[in-house]
Design a protein around this ligand. Structure first.
Ligand code: HEM
Length: 941
């Protein structure tokens, strides 16, 4: 019997064994029907995509009546399967319901990922070949591009092969390079500093306000502009936090003396803390930036507070109305940088014209790799700010404060810098500096030095021992510990720190951001693989693959790849070369043929799915997470952790002010304060007040103030991000048909539902309505269920008055999404973007796949990443949420770098869950103190 058949029989057997009366019997019978029908095929055409909506029998099998009840909503089905919520969501004891729900959710997520890989890769440089292919090779199977060569004049041009075939070797492949070149040895420029951002949507869908495309014109009816609807008006009406005591908040400035009586209300997320907010800002500074040294273009432009929409028509905002809203018509900001703004080239394929890139493009001014470039630099200028310890150049420079604790040095006048950064710590990426960023930069500088010191200690103990490292120039000669130069050790420490950061982000931050069991399993699958504890699921995924069609070469058909990779995990893929192919899990009993001489082994684990890796513009959008930030920090000290001593305005820790704050409080007290405080929920009317009037140099803003919340909208418009509904359709999610769709249909009548209804009303007031025209087709991404074109009426009768839901800015739309999977701090639209890119940045990076080996990381470094430290794996007591768990990687880092935290961290399972919260039984979101923290003031309100 085939493996697939054995699986089907086993599953059917266990279902029947669990059969009882009623809902359970129907659901189990539906499972058998689904098994007989087989798994759905992966869509061949965009219009046939999965949309996160399962067949009726499938939904019934995985979630019973609850899953069936909400199938008609626009939101994904898996959120209503068994086991995907808290303890109440689990299936009946003695049945397979919970397992069906969880396996089903993971299968749904995998379908989404396959289809995103298939339909959502649009590279601004290589798209024509992606569509047409190259000779006999189809575009999606291409893995090297002329556009990713180093240009003549590049300092490494000759070293990689100049005008001939370019292939990186020697010193260029030993470690991560400063500008990110040679990560892919056959595409030296890929992911390096200054490459163009890509897109997730067809180029014709970008820049809807330019109205260049007929469907965009039909969709928006001439209503869009950079300043319409007005960004500052939207900010004030849809982003402002309501304050019960405005006099105690004072727009985020708090009270004199940082009085603890200050009070700035914000909507809080119970299961995510303020450390998590600054962690993600710290990450984004590694992955992308549109600015050069904190600067945009030279030209200045208004930011709104100029008009409002009344009964569908735009009219000037009266001064009295502006004053009432609190916006500032005089605010200016420098325009976004543009790389190419001329007419995009076009080409013909299959009887159709396509444009070869977006109407305008922008550059990622840092490396796109997960290489800790925010710490180590992305070009020569940023590297000059990275200080090395003159006593041992393998270390970063940390200077002791009065009490001997090491801190990053401050920028000096010789450092290259934007004048706005004066007084803050010297680091590669210094923009928008604050106490949270200062915290993480100091922690990882200490971690870098902890690794370098540990390596030095091992080398002192056994100087002739093999370090594990190899030199590509002399690959057969072991590099002894004593021969590792400070320069080399510095770069090895960088590899280790970058991999630790990626591990923390994947296994700790993301599993707390998306706090439920399917995402715990999915993120662990990315890192550790599914083969470990989830054999049934791995088998189910194999069956999906079987439906996709046979091929002997998985790299030739991207359809298979991501599914198969979930078996062994993405990290380490291709780092062992066995007879049985690239998807075998690590097995020390097998003969490993991996060979550093062989470029196909060095580069063999990466897969770009036919499109060079860089982040898409739409990825930046979904990271505009400013509502996470509170207005006031609740400052505490370890001596009495339950007491909030002061309310420190976040704005008082901005830029240079952060540095003194970090030092006077110390990393331990700041970790405690940010670790215990809840983060802001990512919803409407929850932006920090201080960010709506952020002090900024007058030469940039005219007024010396900036509404960053309004700027979030303006920048997305300047960069041509599609509006919310078209973005959803293009991403393979169901569209919303009116603002009322944002009300969570699962809620009973009550204050929460009433608040959402009020939001829908306000969206209508701001974005307006129009009389629809059913003759206007508005999208090519999807069709109606009867196969007809989706038109301006969105399913309503011709001539109806419909919401201008198509005009909704992407950020406003995803903040308005109240129907979310359990424990999701972000919305499902944001998450859809993450599904693709969280895996791509691992799949594309040789240092996380085929070069995740001691030859590059050293034996100590490789162990350090795998075990989260030098001293072997350490396990948590008990089984949090039903899993035996290692002590989390960030907890291990903090215990090494800020050891004063040992007591406070002891009961903490995930550093991004509020430290004094009881985690409860199974993905509880309740706000209750853990034993021992009952006196914490944060639980009194
Ligand atoms: C004290 C806290 C923060 C301040 C003062 C701040 C300030 C700013 C400013 C002024 C910009 C606009 C840059 C421009 O386009 O000219 C910006 C952009 C941005 N911020 Fe923040 N921010 C803060 C926290 C965060 C956090 C917690 C996140 C979470 C991820 C975040 C994510 C972003 C993103 C993604 C952009 C767009 C960057 C780009 O276009 O390349 N920010 N922020």
């Amino acid at each position: 019997m085939s493996r697939a058949a054995r699986f089907a029989v086993a599953l059917a057997g266990s279902i029947v064994a669990g059969c009882q009366a009623g809902e359970e019997a129907k659901s189990a019978a539906d499972c058998l029907k689904q098994l007989r029908a087989g798994f759905r095929p992966v869509a061949a055409e965009r219009r046939d995509r999965f949309l996160g909506k399962a067949q009726e029998v499938t939904a019934s099998c995985r979630g019973g009546e609850r899953a069936l009840k909400y199938r008609a909503s626009p939101w994904v089905d898996w959120a209503n399967y068994w086991g995907t919520g808290d303890a109440r969501s689990r299936g009946r004891p003695g049945t397979t319901e919970t397992r069906r729900g969880l396996d089903g959710a993971l299968l749904d997520l995998e379908y989404q990922r396959i289809e995103l890989i298939r339909f959502n890769l649009f590279d601004n440089a290589t798209y024509e070949e992606y569509v047409k292919g190259r000779g006999p090779l189809p575009g999606p199977s291409l893995d090297a591009w002329p556009e990713m060569r180093l240009p003549r004049g590049h300092p490494s041009y000759a070293a990689v092969g100049g005008g001939g075939e370019q292939l990186c070797g020697g010193d260029l492949i030993r470690h991560r390079t400063l500008t990110g070149i040679c990560n892919d040895i056959r595409n030296p420029a890929m992911g390096s500093t200054g490459q163009r951002f890509s897109r997730l949507v067809p180029f014709e869908s970008t820049f809807p306000d330019l109205a260049r495309d007929q469907r965009a014109r039909n969709r928006h009816g001439g209503r869009l502009g950079l300043l319409s609807p007005d960004p500052q008006v939207i900010s004030r009406m849809l982003f402002t936090r309501a304050q019960a005591h405005p006099d105690k908040c004072r727009s985020g400035l708090g009270l004199d003396g940082e009085s603890r009586e200050a009070d700035c209300d914000y909507k809080k997320a119970n299961s995510f803390n303020v450390l998590a907010a600054f962690w993600i800002q710290f990450m984004t500074h590694d992955w992308f930036s549109h600015l050069e040294e904190g600067r945009n273009g030279k030209e200045k432009a208004p930011t709104g507070c100029l008009s409002e929409r009344v009964e569908g028509a735009e009219r000037p905002l009266a001064p009295a109305q502006a004053a009432r809203l609190g916006c500032r018509p005089e605010d200016r900001i420098d325009r976004a940088l543009v790389a190419e703004g001329d007419e995009p080239p076009d080409f013909e394929y299959d009887g159709r014209r396509h444009i070869a890139r977006a109407y305008r493009t922008t550059r990622n001014t840092v490396t796109a790799w997960w290489d800790a470039s925010q710490v180590y630099g992305h070009d020569a200028v940023s590297r000059r700010r990275v200080r090395r310890d003159p006593a041992d150049r393998a270390r970063l420079l940390l200077l002791p404060d009065g009490s001997g604790r090491p801190y990053l040095p401050v920028l000096s006048p010789e450092d290259p810098m934007n004048p706005a950064w004066a007084g803050q710590e010297a680091t590669a990426f210094p923009d928008n500096w604050n106490v949270g960023l200062s915290f993480f930069h100091n922690v990882f500088a200490r971690e870098h030095d902890a690794f370098a010191d540990a390596f030095r200690r091992e080398a002192a103990r056994a100087p002739d021992a093999d370090s594990g490292l190899r030199d590509p120039a002399e690959p057969d000669r072991p590099v002894r510990c004593r021969d590792v130069t400070p320069e080399r050790l510095f770069e090895v420490a960088r590899l280790v720190v970058a991999a630790e950061i990626a591990k923390i982000h994947t296994l700790e931050w993301t599993t707390q951001l998306l706090y439920d069991e399917p995402l715990y399993l999915a993120m662990n699958a990315n890192w550790n693989g599914l083969l470990g504890g989830h054999r049934e699921l791995a088998e189910a995924l194999r069956q999906v693959v079987a439906r996709l069609g046979a091929s002997t070469d998985p790299k030739r058909t991207l359809k298979w790849y991501s599914v198969l990779a979930s078996g062994p995990g993405i990290v380490g893929l291709g780092s062992h070369v066995y007879e049985d192919g690239p998807f075998a899990a690590f097995d020390p009993r097998k003969h490993d043929r991996w060979d550093i001489h062989n470029p196909d082994h060095v580069n063999g684990g990466v897969n770009h799915f036919g499109s060079p890796f860089n982040f898409p513009e739409e990825f930046v959008t979904v990271y505009r997470l400013h509502p996470l930030v509170p207005d006031l920090f609740e400052y505490r000290e370890l001596a009495n952790p339950d007491v909030i001593l002061r309310k420190v305005p976040v704005v008082e820790t901005f830029r240079g002010k952060a540095t003194a704050r970090t030092r006077s409080g110390g990393l331990a007290n700041w970790a405690l304060s940010l670790g215990r405080q809840r983060v802001g929920a990512l919803t409407l009317n929850n932006h920090p007040g201080f960010l709506q009037a952020l002090p900024m140099p007058p030469e940039r803003t005219g007024t010396g103030r900036l509404d960053v919340a309004a700027l979030d909208l303006l920048r997305d418009r300047e960069r041509g991000v599609p509006r919310f509904n078209e973005l959803r359709r293009q991403l393979g999610l169901r569209q919303v048909a009116s603002f009322d769709d944002f009300v969570d249909g699962r809620l009973p009548p009550g204050p929460e539902r009433a608040e959402q209804e009020e939001t829908a009303r306000r969206l209508r007031e701001i974005y307006g309505r129009h009389v629809c025209d059913a003759s206007k087709a508005i999208t090519e991404a999807q069709v109606n269920s009867d196969g007809s074109a989706i038109d301006d009426c969105l399913g309503r009768p011709a001539g109806s008055l419909v919401d201008n839901v198509e005009d909704l800015d992407a950020v406003v739309g995803w903040l308005a999404e109240s129907t979310r999977p359990h424990g999701f701090a972000i919305s499902e639209t944001q998450f859809q973007v993450f599904i693709l890119n969280a895996s791509r940045r691992l799949f594309s990076d040789r240092f996380f796949t085929s070069c995740f080996r001691p030859e590059f990381y050293s034996t100590l470094g490789f162990r350090w990443v795998n075990d989260s430290g030098p001293d072997g794996k350490v396990w948590e007591q008990g089984e949090p949420n039903g899993h035996r768990q290692e002590v989390s990687p960030l907890k291990r880092v903090l215990l090494r770098t800020v050891p004063e935290l040992a007591g406070e961290l002891a009961p903490v399972v995930n550093v991004f869950d509020p430290w004094a919260r009881a985690r409860g039984e199974y993905y509880s979101l309740e706000w209750k103190p853990r034993p021992g923290a009952e006196a914490d003031e944060a639980f009194r309100r």
